[in-house]
Design a protein around this ligand. Structure first.
Ligand code: ATP
Length: 259
C-alpha cells in the first residue's frame, strides 16, 4: 500500500535510526532551551532514555530487552514519531522526524509504520474487523477493500471466526491479535510492537511470533518484551538498563543468554 518511496537498496537497508537520542520527561511544563542552558530551576525530571543509538534494517526483527522502566516503550514511541526526543535524531530512511509538523508525523506514521501498543488501544464500540480496518479509513480506502483486507488479516492471526466480535467480547490475547492485525493492515515498512506476546498463551505466542517472522520478510520489526521466547526469536537483541544500551546481542548470543 503506502510503502516508502525510498529506492530499494537491498534487504539490509536501514529503515529507522535513532542517533544519540535522549528523552527526559518533565513533570509540569518542559523548561525552555535558555532556561536549560542557564540551569534555572527546573521541574522534577525523569531521564528515561540516555544517548541511545540504534538502527533497525529491512528484513530483521530486533528485540529491546530490559527490566521494567529501562526505557523500552519510550524508545519505541520515539521510533514511531509518537514522542519527540529531548535531544538526538530519529531518521526514518532519509526523513528526520523532527523536521515534520505534527500533522505530517501522523501521516508519516499512518503510511509507513504499524504500531502494536502495550494496551492495544482498540475502540470498544467497533467490531474486530472495523478496528483492524481503521487505518485504511484514514487513508481513504473504500469500504469493500477495507473489509476484505481486515478479514484476511484476522484470518491470518487466527481470528477468522471472531471478525464481528467487539473487543469487550474477546479475551486479552484475542484483543492483542486484533491489535497486531491492525498494525499490519497498511503494509507498513516498519512494525513496532510493545510486548506483542504479553497476553498470549505459549502456543498462540508462537503463532504470533511466526506471523512476525513472515511479515519481517519484507519490512523491519522492532519489539519490546520481557518474554524469553519472544526475545530469543529476534535476529538481534538490544539490552537496556536505566535508559542506556548495555549490550547488543546477535541471535545466537541471545539464545545462549536466554536459554
Ligand atoms: N509520561 C511519562 N512521564 C514521566 N515519566 C515517564 C513517562 N513515561 C515513562 N516514564 C518513566 O520513564 C522511564 C522509562 O519508562 P518506559 O515506559 O519507557 O520503560 P519500559 O522499559 O518500557 O517499562 P515496562 O517494561 O514496565 O513497560 C520509567 O522510569 C518511567 O517511570
Amino acid at each position: 500500500m503506502a510503502r516508502s518511496a525510498a529506492p530499494d537498496t537491498g534487504a539490509s537497508s536501514p529503515v529507522v535510526t535513532a542517533d544519540d537520542v535522549t528523552k527526559i520527561y518533565y513533570r509540569g511544563s518542559e523548561p525552555g532551551r535558555l532556561a536549560r542552558i542557564l540551569g534555572r530551576s527546573q521541574p522534577p525530571a525523569v531521564r528515561a532514555v540516555e544517548s541511545v543509538s540504534i538502527t533497525i534494517s529491512n528484513e530483521e526483527i530486533v528485540g529491546l530487552a530490559g527490566p521494567s522502566g529501562s526505557g523500552k516503550s519510550t524508545i519505541l514511541h520515539m521510533l514511531a514519531g509518537l514522542k519527540r526526543p529531548t535531544s538526538g535524531t530519529v531518521l526514518f530512511r532519509d526523513t528526520d522526524l523532527e523536521t515534520l509538523s505534527k500533522r505530517e508525523r501522523t501521516r508519516h506514521r499512518l503510511e509507513h509504520i504499524g504500531v502494536v501498543f502495550q494496551q492495544f488501544h482498540l475502540l470498544d464500540s467497533l467490531s474486530a474487523r472495523a478496528n483492524v480496518a481503521l487505518p485504511l479509513v484514514e487513508l481513504g480506502i473504500g469500504k469493500r477493500q477495507r473489509r476484505q483486507r481486515a478479514a484476511e488479516l484476522l484470518e491470518r492471526v487466527g481470528l477468522g471466526d471472531r471478525i464481528t466480535h467487539r473487543p469487550g467480547e474477546l479475551s486479552g490475547g484475542e484483543q492483542q491479535r486484533v491489535a497486531i492485525a491492525r498494525a499490519l493492515i497498511t503494509d507498513p515498512d516498519l512494525v513496532i510492537a510493545d510486548e506483542p506476546t504479553g497476553e498470549l498463551d505459549t502456543d498462540t505466542g508462537r503463532t504470533i511470533l511466526e506471523t512476525f517472522r513472515q511479515v519481517a520478510e519484507n519490512r523491519a520489526v522492532v519489539l519490546a518484551s520481557h518474554d524469553h521466547e519472544t526475545l530469543g526469536s529476534c535476529d538481534r537483541l538490544i539490552q537496556l538498563r536505566d535508559g542506556s544500551v548495555t549490550d547488543h546481542l546477535t541471535q545466537k548470543e541471545s539464545i545462549d543468554e536466554h536459554s
